[in-house]
Write a protein that binds this ligand. Structure first.
Ligand code: HEC
Length: 110
């Protein structure tokens, strides 16, 4: 019982340390979160998955600040696209920072 509790506390502590150390947005973490974006924004942020349905903006290489601002605007309703409002509404500020860090880094690498 005690050992088990200790393991939980240690795991939580490790998680907290990892999370706060990268509060500004972690591209590696962001990459994992792009699963929910890739269906529309394409593999690695470059291609549109459904060009025949509608065009989707390219995210790779956008500035991180721009991406965060856009996501916040969808979340608050300042931007009104229905799919993006639904998606952005489910993201925390940290999610947005991570995703923005990732997409911004993708463009620079190419
Ligand atoms: C259901 C399809 C869909 C999904 C899933 C989706 N997007 Fe979008 N996204 C769009 C469309 C369509 C637009 C253009 C909307 C508009 O015209 O305002 C857009 C616009 C954006 C913009 C603004 C780009 C610009 O140039 O202004 C950002 C940033 C963005 N999406 C990020 C994301 C992120 C991050 C995710 C994953 C968490 C995601 N999107 C998931 C379809 C999607």
């Amino acid at each position: 019982m005690n050992t088990r509790l200790m393991a939980v506390v240690l795991a939580a502590a490790a998680f907290t340390i990892g999370g706060t150390a990268q509060a500004d947005g972690n591209a590696d973490t962001g990459k994992k979160k792009t699963q929910m974006c890739a269906g529309c924004h394409g593999i690695e942020g470059f291609r549109t998955a459904y060009p025949e349905v509608y065009t989707v903006p390219k995210l790779g290489g956008q500035s991180a600040n721009y991406i965060v601002a856009a996501l916040k605007a969808y979340k608050t309703g300042d931007r009104s696209h229905p799919s993006m409002r639904a998606i952005a509404g489910s993201l925390s500020d940290q999610d947005m920072a991570d995703l923005a860090a990732y997409y911004a880094s993708v463009g620079k690498a190419q």
